[in-house]
Write a protein that binds this ligand. Structure first.
Ligand SMILES: NC(=O)C1=CN([C@@H]2O[C@H](COP(=O)(O)OP(=O)(O)OC[C@H]3O[C@@H](n4cnc5c(N)ncnc54)[C@H](OP(=O)(O)O)[C@@H]3O)[C@@H](O)[C@H]2O)C=CC1
Ligand SMILES: O=C(O)[C@@H]1CCC=N1
Length: 266
């Protein structure tokens, strides 16, 4: 099965790295077009992908095409390829805010699937939400779901949920990287070396997340298992609650969700 990416940036690279690492595709089945030749050369060198500035060199070979350009570049990019995409090629869009309705005004025949992934797909730990367009069959959905399940977890949802997914898990790695960076600063502030602090912070978040996902216990229950009476953790959590970290995270997701909704209206 041949897959091609329009746009060779951060999201496309994360997906390319993930699907090759788990051997879902071989390099000769992966195509990517970026309008910077140097970026194409870099992606070929790094991953062996068939990279070209001009997507017309590979579009007709594709079973799946992934639209991975920024929202503001989407119309020009789509208009440049739409006539060359086969009627049975699955069109996946990861473009934040771009609705199925808008996509299906261009891709009238093709099955269109909207996906909101995140960059941890690069290490097989992504979280992706999938919304099927009107011409996408159940089998098309299963094909797309298998790809994103192979690079993390995937869930099929109604399109109405995708803005919230964008705000929570699509943008979420950005929030977590801020937290890891801040916790590492805290380690340095306490006298620990920077790299040690980064490792301590990152592995702590990874371990806590794995406990939530693998035990199925509520995060509050798991938190209570850390907070010894009169101990260190409750002293730290007290400060977090005083500083409004919980509300800040809720507000961050709300802002990103609203931005996604606004982008869908523009
Ligand atoms: N990054 C993330 O974590 C996530 C991103 N997304 C979505 O993925 C899409 C891409 O995001 P991201 O990878 O971060 O963005 P990037 O800017 O990193 O990548 C987009 C790439 O496409 C290039 N490009 C622009 N127009 C064209 C064109 N017509 N043909 C070929 N290449 C083109 C850009 O070049 P240039 O820079 O020169 O314009 C850039 O290299 C966005 O719509 C975003 O909403 C979704 C989920 C997560
Ligand atoms: O920041 C953005 O717009 C993209 C979409 C979700 C994550 N990154």
């Amino acid at each position: 099965m041949n897959i091609g990416f329009i746009g060779g940036g951060a999201m496309a690279e994360a997906m390319i790295g993930g699907i090759l690492a788990n051997k879902l595709f071989t390099p000769d089945e992966v195509y990517v077009s970026d309008h910077k030749i140097k970026r194409c050369e870099q992606l070929h060198t790094l991953y062996g992908a068939q990279a070209a500035v001009n997507a017309s060199t590979f579009l007709e070979k594709l079973d799946i095409v992934v639209l991975a350009i920024k929202p503001q570049a989407a119309q020009a990019a789509i208009e440049s390829i739409v006539k060359l995409v086969n009627a049975d090629t699955i069109v996946i869009s990861v473009i934040a805010g771009l609705t199925l309705k808008s996509l299906e005004t261009y891709f009238v025949q093709q099955p269109v699937v909207r996906v909101m992934p995140n960059t941890p797909v690069a290490v097989g730990a992504g979280m992706s939400a999938i919304a099927l367009g009107k011409n996408a069959s159940e089998q098309n959905g299963k094909t797309v779901e298998s790809i994103f399940n192979a690079v993390g977890k995937a869930v099929i949802l109604q399109e109405s949920a995708i803005d919230a997914v964008t705000g929570l898990s699509g943008s979420g790695p950005g929030y977590v990287f801020v937290m890891i960076d801040a916790l590492a600063d805290a380690g340095v502030n306490a006298g620990l070396p920077r790299q040690t602090s980064i490792m301590l912070a990152a592995q702590t978040l990874l371990g806590a997340a794995k406990m939530v996902l693998e035990t199925g216990e509520h995060p509050a229950v798991l938190r209570d298992k850390v907070t010894s009476p009169g101990g260190t953790t409750i002293a730290g959590i007290h400060v977090l609650e005083q500083k409004g970290v919980r509300a800040a995270l809720i507000d961050a997701v709300e802002a990103a969700t609203n931005k996604s909704k606004a982008m869908g209206k523009s």
